[in-house]
Design a protein around this ligand. Structure first.
Ligand code: C2E
Ligand code: MG
Ligand code: MG
Length: 627
């Protein structure tokens, strides 16, 4: 049985409580928080030893029987054992030796020695410390305390070593992850630009050694910006991941075909250059293998992509440059493939091999993009107006707003060239809003002057139609200019825009519900199926100039144009013929009962003042008079 008091447990058998002494050790030691086992038969030793050890913050257990002491040492696992040298086990071995040798006892042993031979034996046993009789208990307690401190320090050192090891391991994992992140793009898991460049560099060295040539493809899309704007980045990431998968599948398909042939293509790598361009590198051993591969890639990438119930139509654009034919180093090779891709992009998709012209075209586009920013800031773009005339009455019914960009040196850049640049560089929404705003204000001014016009036509790009803010912008402009929704007609080019996208259809319906008129521009140049035309909420069809041009020369053009007029009228649409330059063409249009026409025959697009003059001159007459 044991009793406890003030941190001291007595196992002496006599079970007496140790009273506190007149000596206070509180000032001497900090709280150590360890345990001590005091083994002694000497009552003074037990009294003072337990007191001082207790005062030094140790939880002290006192025992007098060595046999009992060993069990206690094992069960209580003290940090320090203070033992009398004279105590021995039943085999008469000094008990401190037994403790020192016991592998399962890790306590530091302090031996209380009464003579030199005991000191010698304790030293030989390599005990932690020795105290010589008469015992200075303050010093014994200090040594016990010191032993504990060393233990604690070692433990925390071991702990910090472990923590350090752990931290180093974590740092290594993080470094590895960072390295991977720096080498692989997270959305697609494909090598990123820097890794891809390394791979191309290696491919180039292999080509130098083994012959053949290395083709680098840069893969872009004509409408990716629209997709991102319309769907948001998260959905667009899914589209990117799908594109990556399709490229990889196309590549492994071509690799599998290689197993049967020693020649052909050897695919080396696919990579992603940024959020909308991919790259691919292949080693070519015979020239015939490239065209079928590129055709297959184009086909695979141009298939609709389904993302969370939405179908996305993208037109893939491939730019190809080869080493050593087209470039000397990796940067040039990638740049030239990229220029070729941009060239393909401005042609609305497909595949383009690098040639010297590609660089010139790319440089010009870059310059236009840069200048366009400034032109918009300085309001250098102007809007010209071209009248639309009713064929039967010969009266101006509407005007089409057309952008003009005259440079300070007097030359001008055509919208045919700068609109695609604006679309690709993210400037189209701003540009489109600018035209819409000017045109609606101008129309309001003409109305104010008493000119009788049915409506104003403004062209809208695919980028605008895909933007969720477009309907809101139109509403704001209408409100600010004060014109009615029915007095605005939005022209949507059949080329590129009307390919069955749900988002575009949704936007068109929304515009229609506002009361705005919609017209299909350049009709006959795109691939809107007639069935699809029935679905579209449009009011007007504008027959492309190319059909009117062929009147008289091309029997087919006449047949097609008259079929278009008939179709439009059956669908109860107004039909406008574009690009009418001669009276003969107008006569034909009258014969086939086309509703309206537009063209140089009546007037070229005019700046606002000239257009106003033109309208005033023709307000009362049925014969169109030029300004
Ligand atoms: P579009 O909308 O089909 O405009 C008709 C184009 O044909 C205009 O070219 C006009 O100047 C031209 N044109 C009209 N009558 C004749 C003619 O009798 N003979 C010939 N040879 N040409 C004629 P422009 O102004 O160069 O515009 C070209 C295209 O650029 C436009 O085709 C339209 O698609 C686009 N565009 C122009 N302004 C804008 C705009 O503000 N926004 C958007 N998104 N596109 C615009
Ligand atoms: Mg137009
Ligand atoms: Mg047109």
């Amino acid at each position: 049985m044991a009793s406890e008091s003030k941190g001291v447990t007595d196992f002496t058998g006599a079970l007496r409580l140790l009273s506190t002494t007149e000596v206070s050790a509180d000032d001497v030691f900090d709280e150590a928080g360890g345990t001590a086992l005091l083994l002694s038969r000497d009552s003074d030793a037990k009294k003072w030893g337990s007191r001082w050890l207790g005062q030094s913050g140790l939880q002290v257990t006192v025992a007098s029987d060595p046999a009992n002491g060993l069990d206690l040492a094992r069960s209580m696992r003290p940090d320090v054992i203070v033992v009398e040298a004279a105590m021995s086990d039943c085999g008469k071995r000094p008990f401190f030796e037994v403790l020192q040798e016991a592998a399962d006892i890790s306590a530091d042993v302090i031996v209380l020695c009464a003579n030199n031979s005991q000191i010698k034996a304790a030293l030989i046993a390599n005990v932690f410390d020795i105290a010589r009789k008469p015992y200075n208990w303050q010093s014994v307690a200090a040594r016990a305390y010191h032993s504990l401190q060393i233990k604690n320090r070692n433990a925390s050192l071991a702990e910090s070593k472990d923590a350090l090891k752990e931290a180093l391991e974590l740092a290594n994992v993080a470094r590895e992850q960072l390295r991977n992140n720096q080498r692989f793009e997270p959305v697609t898991g494909l090598p990123n630009k820097s890794k891809f460049v390394d791979l191309v560099r290696r491919g180039m060295s292999a080509t130098d050694k083994n012959g053949g040539s290395l083709a680098v493809f840069v893969v872009g899309f004509t409408r990716f910006r629209l997709v991102v704007e319309a769907m948001g980045q998260q959905q667009a990431d899914k589209v990117l991941a799908e594109i990556g998968r399709r490229m990889a599948a196309c590549v492994s398909e071509s690799n599998a075909a290689l197993d049967h042939s020693p020649h052909g293509l050897r695919t080396a790598a696919i990579g992603i250059l940024d959020s909308h361009r991919f790259a691919l590198m292949i080693t070519i051993y015979d020239d015939e293998s490239l065209p079928p591969f590129q055709q297959r890639l184009l086909e695979v990438l141009s298939r609709p992509i389904q993302v969370m119930g939405q179908v996305v139509h993208l037109s893939a654009c491939l730019g190809i440059a080869s080493y050593p034919q087209d470039a000397e180093d990796v940067d040039q090779l990638l740049q030239r493939a990229d220029n070729a891709m941009r060239d393909a992009q401005s042609r609305g998709g497909g595949c383009k091999y690098y040639c010297a012209d590609t660089d010139r075209a790319a440089a010009r586009k870059l310059r236009i993009e840069h200048m366009l920013h400034e032109a918009l800031d300085r309001e250098e773009l102007t809007v010209a107006y071209q009248p639309i005339i009713d064929v039967a009455s010969n009266k101006v019914v509407a005007l089409e707003a057309l952008l003009r960009w005259q440079l300070p040196d007097g030359t001008s850049i055509s919208p045919v060239e700068f609109i695609p640049v604006a679309e690709e560089s993210g400037l189209m929404l701003r540009t489109g809003e600018y035209v819409l705003d000017r045109a609606c204000r101008q129309f309001a001014m003409w109305q104010h002057e008493g000119l009788e016009l049915s409506h104003i036509c403004v062209n809208a790009s695919a980028v605008q139609l895909m933007s969720s803010s477009f309907a809101g912008t139109v509403q704001r402009v209408l409100a600010e200019s004060g014109i009615q929704a029915a007095e605005l007609e939005i022209e949507i080019s059949e080329r590129g825009v009307l390919s069955g996208d749900n988002e575009v259809l949704g936007q068109l319906r929304q515009l229609k519900s506002l009361g705005i008129n919609l017209s299909i521009d350049d009709f006959g140049t795109g691939d809107s199926a007639i069935a699809y035309l029935k679905e579209l909420p449009v009011d007007t069809l504008k027959i492309d100039r190319s059909y009117i041009e062929g009147f008289g020369r091309e029997g087919k053009d006449f047949a097609i144009a008259s079929a278009m007029v008939a179709l439009g009228q059956r669908l109860e649409l107004t039909v406008v013929a574009e690009g009418v330059e001669t009276t003969e063409q107008l006569d034909v249009l009258r014969d086939i009962t086309c509703d309206c026409y537009q063209g140089f025959l009546a007037a070229k697009p005019m700046q606002p003042d000239a257009a106003t003059e033109f309208l005033q001159k023709n307000r009362k007459t049925a014969t169109i008079k030029p300004v």
